[in-house]
Design a protein around this ligand. Sequence first.
Ligand code: ACM
Length: 263
Amino acid sequence: MKAAVVQTSPLFGRIRENIEGAIKVIEKLDAELIVLPELFSTGYQFKSRPEMLKLAEDAEGGYATGRLTEVARKKKSFIVAGIAERSGGKAYNSSVLVGPKGLMGIYRKAHLFWDEKKIFTPGDTPFEVYDTGKARIGMMICFDWLFPEAARTLALKGADIICHPSNLVLPYCPAAMITRSIENRVFSLTANRVGEEARIRGKSLKFIGMSQIVSPGGELLFRAGGKKAVAMAVEIEPKDARKKNITPVNDIIKDRRRDLFQL
Ligand code: ACM
């Protein structure tokens, strides 16, 4: 199957423009799985929780999910995208999985980064795996990369592909996600954004781009640059992620010495 990452450059608060811009790119892509960045529709640097709440929307029946479902239906594809999700009185930094039949899954970011702790409610969804028919898909968001348990949990639950919407500002993640792929023998698709947001005095955020697609063996199948919006699809075989042997006698899942681990 063909899997793609879309690296965007959203404009803060311009929801319709950001969504329609991403959809134009998706419409031209030849891919059955497409991953967009974290908070792709709103932008990242909210000044306050009330400001975020004005821009957040429901995952079920919301505008972003609705538009992404329309394009997923037209293309017979699956799309993972990060949104500010309102749910009851709470709001989460979330990722949705939509397919031709609509919303399939919601993941709410477990590990909030820096000022996100003042803005969002920490995620309350388990790390779940969704079967699209051709692949088993798990989601994590940006800073979750630093907590290897997130990717490991998805791998233990049978994920072939980890979809990883991101808004990276630190430099470590692109290299770390190669390790996440190797140590779990899964594909990982990190879709990051580019550009800068400086909406809070003294807190200018520069997003590093470098969206990438990594194979279960740690091969970098694609890596974007750090400055421009770009999209890339690559051919992958999801079932390659079901072979957990790294030598004839080493299965990286079965070899774990859980009796020695402090959990
Ligand atoms: C991040 O989690 N957006 C760095």
